[in-house]
Design a protein around this ligand. Structure first.
Ligand code: ISE
Length: 341
């Protein structure tokens, strides 16, 4: 039987998820597109052949003709809507972040543990990107020796809003690095420092962070939301016997006028398209089998990203190195294979 999916939120990411469901997820039906802006929902539904449109996410989540849910509505709705999915016994792929507030993440963690079954997969899609997969593999195979450092660059063309701040670079953009670095190194962060250089204008300057892990590694993260030239993510994992670095992903190169050029995407949707498709296919398997995918992020990972981000923002504000204090990881999240909902 086809799995009937509801996509909540018809903005940039909702439209992208709906397109992936319609075009890259055989075995699914795009059942409902839900958005407060009904014209926006209808335009996506018409374009992609969704069965229905709706405006109230809480109602959509409980509908009998909806088997599972993708949440791509504004960030502040992620935690309450994930909780509503747990309470309705529906599996959910929730876009990052689960919440920027650690307390809200704990609230969802508690709801999921009370249901005693895995429901929530979190959309930190970079875990499905081939470059990070190869880094994790290289470490596991032992060829690089012990991991010493991971260097990361995260550059956007421009900030999504004029009032974007350095703290938001840490709480909105850097969580991708916080999550994927924890995943690749299989370690937790223990401290963070954060600083910014000075720009010549009023736009938000890059943020540079140095983090320590509980396994003695050093991690650097540059987030530059006003890089101007393109969407550019880089990473290099340095071990004691070698290093592995992400290549710029480009299908072609233009050689002209004594120069050679490859192009950058304007944002993350093109660069990580393959990762989103892999992630969403894994979500479908999760819905079908109840087995939580081996590499996906969960509510615990969402909580960790929120704590590191909150502490990073404090490090930037105070100019001081800050210790990162996580609560004890519940046993529930140590088991990757979840019980069926
Ligand atoms: C945005 O919210 C994302 O999730 C993107 O993946 C990231 O690259 C961007 O910096 C964020 O603002």
């Amino acid at each position: 039987m086809s799995i009937r999916l509801a996509v909540i939120g018809a903005g940039l990411m909702g439209a992208d998820h709906a397109k992936i469901v319609a075009e890259d997820l055989p075995g699914t039906t795009l059942q409902v597109i839900c958005d407060m802006d009904s014209a926006r929902a209808k335009s996506i539904a018409d374009r992609l052949g969704a069965q229905d449109v709706a405006a109230d996410p809480e109602v959509v989540i409980t509908r009998d003709d909806v088997d599972a849910v993708i949440i791509a509505s504004p960030d502040f709705t992620h935690a309450p809507l994930s909780k509503a999915c747990i309470q309705a016994g529906k599996r959910v792929l929730c876009e990052k972040p689960l919440s920027q507030k650690p307390a809200e993440c704990i609230d969802v963690i508690e709801a999921e543990m009370a249901a005693d079954a895995r429901h929530v997969m979190l959309g930190f899609m970079r875990r499905y990107d081939q470059a990070y997969i190869e880094m994790k593999q290289a470490l596991a195979e032992g060829a690089l020796g012990r991991a010493l450092m991971m260097h990361n660059f995260h550059r956007n063309v421009e900030t999504p809003a004029a009032d974007f701040t350095g703290a938001m670079a840490i709480t909105n953009s850097a969580p991708h690095e916080f999550d994927v670095v924890r995943h690749v190194l299989n370690a937790e962060f223990t401290s963070v420092t954060a600083m910014q250089p000075k720009r010549s204008d009023a736009r938000v300057a890059p943020v540079v962070m140095v983090l320590e892990t509980d396994d003695g590694q050093l991690v650097t993260i540059e987030v530059n939301n006003n890089a101007d030239y393109g969407y550019d993510v880089r990473a290099e994992l340095v071990g004691e016997r070698g290093s592995i670095a992400m290549n710029n992903v480009a299908y072609s190169r233009t050689d002209m006028k004594l120069a050679s050029a490859t192009r950058y995407d304007a944002d993350w949707r093109g660069r990580y398209h393959e990762a989103y498709v892999r992630q969403n296919r894994d979500f479908l398997r999760f819905v079908e089998t109840g087995d939580f995918p081996a590499i996906a992020s969960d509510c615990w990972d969402g909580y960790c990203a929120a704590i590191v981000a909150e502490t990073g923002a404090k490090a930037l504000e105070t100019g001081q190195k800050q210790p990162i204090q996580l609560m004890t990881k519940p046993e529930f999240y140590s088991a990757r294979q979840g019980k069926a909902a």
